[in-house]
Design a protein around this ligand. Structure first.
Ligand SMILES: [Zn+2]
Length: 449
């Protein structure tokens, strides 16, 4: 008698490192700084540079990844948004994502999923498995589905996010807390691997890489004697964490790793609302506006971070002043004038590219996007304070996101030679690897051969 051993089932494990640039990893590998990641990424699979989304913001990028769709379909266009009818600003959450997500599609196909810490997954949606949301909810009670995992995570000392405000007060303490958060994330990963040993899809997100690069990018580049070693100490913890998790994966698991954008040094922050005020396009009723509600009735254009310009349109905005017949002329004017914004300290152009929304996004929700969207030259962080009194400013935040320097790693798997690759291609790739059909309106294409 011969007994054929049943092959272990196919699984996918995703480890995402928020904001980690492809080129930073390459440099670190060349210098031997991250030996475990180097062994894995550089020697055991396909390691590629990847494009992000516009605007290049984690909540937009991870909404794009988790839905496999562009913002014109999922409805998340920035870290803040506004209700045109009231001009009230709000922070979009996972509740504003208007499509199903990768984990819901997998759950419906009978796959068991564990999803931990991915941005914009608050409030947690019901899945066949576990979902622990990312940084928009600091309380575990509001972040965990199902409820019964709140207590075990609390007992573990699980950390959803480290408050970035701490970086301003105590940079060393901030780095310590980030490392602790990564260690706790690893412990929770092992806990859920034991709790749900039959998982099909498991995703662990490390937000802390983004957090540290906003505050220590310049010190790392300048090899600052006090803080460059802390930067690499933190990344070695990440390096070891990835190795330990990777080692614990069951047989026949496809291991993927990705980031959602790259990073570069901040040259300056640029206040697009100040620029609009100087042009005479934006006026507030008070010297200290606190909200868009304080806009003067003569205001024609206002902006939100980063680089999103809205026409103050009659019939759409609460106190609209631009008649619909003039809407296109205003958009054309912005398309022409926004690229003229310069850094007065250097004369350098601040803007790389400008689009009308329908030239950037597609899908049923395009009309919720800003009317005109601008993408900066690397190094110019577009801000939109309402009350700012200068175009350019410098703060303690010295790292900012870049569009074309995210990465994707897929273990032991040659990929199609598509150029460039996008976040939603990864979503399709995961679905194909697990043999689950993608929803018809999903963007992108699988990279598997
Ligand atoms: Zn960031």
């Amino acid at each position: 008698m011969f007994f054929k051993k049943k092959a272990p089932k196919k699984r996918v494990f995703v480890l995402s490192l928020d904001g980690v640039p492809y080129t930073l990893l390459q440099r670190a590998f060349a210098e031997g700084k991250l030996p475990n990641l180097q062994r894995l990424f550089a020697q055991n699979g396909t390691f590629r540079q990847m494009h992000s989304v516009i605007p290049t913001i984690s909540s937009v990028a991870w909404s794009t990844f988790q839905t496999g769709r562009n913002p014109g379909k999922h409805g998340i266009f920035g870290f803040v948004d506004r209700d045109p009818h009231t001009l009230k600003m709000y922070i979009p959450t996972g509740a504003h994502i208007r499509t199903n997500t990768l984990w819901e599609v997998l759950s419906q196909a009978g796959k068991q999923v564990v999803v931990m810490n991915v941005p914009n997954t608050t409030p947690p949606r019901k899945v066949n498995g576990v979902l622990v949301a990312g940084f928009l909810s600091m309380k575990l009670e509001k972040a965990v589905y199902p409820d019964r995992y709140v207590a075990p995570l609390r007992n573990l000392g699980y950390v959803i996010d480290v408050n970035p405000m701490l970086a301003q007060k105590d940079l060393h303490g901030f780095v310590d807390r980030l490392m602790e958060a990564v260690r706790k994330r690893k412990e929770a990963t092992f806990y859920f691997m034991k709790e749900l040993p039959q998982w099909d899809f498991f995703m662990v997100h490390i937000m802390e890489t983004d957090r540290i690069m906003h505050f220590l990018w310049a010190q790392m580049e300048d090899q600052d004697p006090e803080f460059a070693p802390r930067f690499w100490e933190f990344f070695r913890v990440v390096d070891e964490t990835v190795a330990e998790i990777h080692e614990a994966l069951p047989e026949n698991t496809l291991f993927l790793s990705l980031s959602d954008h790259g990073f570069t040094r901040v040259k300056a922050e640029v206040n697009t609302n100040y620029w609009l005020r100087e042009k005479g396009y934006l006026k507030f009723k008070t010297d200290q506006p606190r909200d868009l509600v304080d806009m003067d009735s003569t205001a024609r254009v206002y902006s939100l971070i980063p680089g999103r310009f809205y026409i103050n349109l009659l019939g759409r905005e609460a106190a609209g002043s631009v008649v619909p017949e003039e809407y296109e002329a205003w958009r054309d004017r912005l398309l022409e004038e926004i690229p003229e914004i310069q850094d007065p300290e250097t004369g350098q152009s601040v803007i790389q590219k400008v689009w009308k929304r329908e030239d950037l996004y597609w899908g049923p929700l395009v009309k919720q996007a800003a009317d005109v969207i601008a993408h900066p030259v690397d190094g110019y962080d577009l801000k939109a304070q309402l009350a700012g009194d200068r175009l350019i400013q410098h703060t303690h935040i010295n790292g900012m996101h870049t569009y074309d320097d995210a990465y994707l790693f897929v273990e032991n798997t040659p990929l199609r030679d598509k150029q460039p690759i996008y976040l939603y291609d990864v979503t399709q790739t995961i679905l194909q690897a697990l043999g689950v059909a993608a929803p018809e309106d999903m963007d992108g294409e699988s990279l598997l051969l």
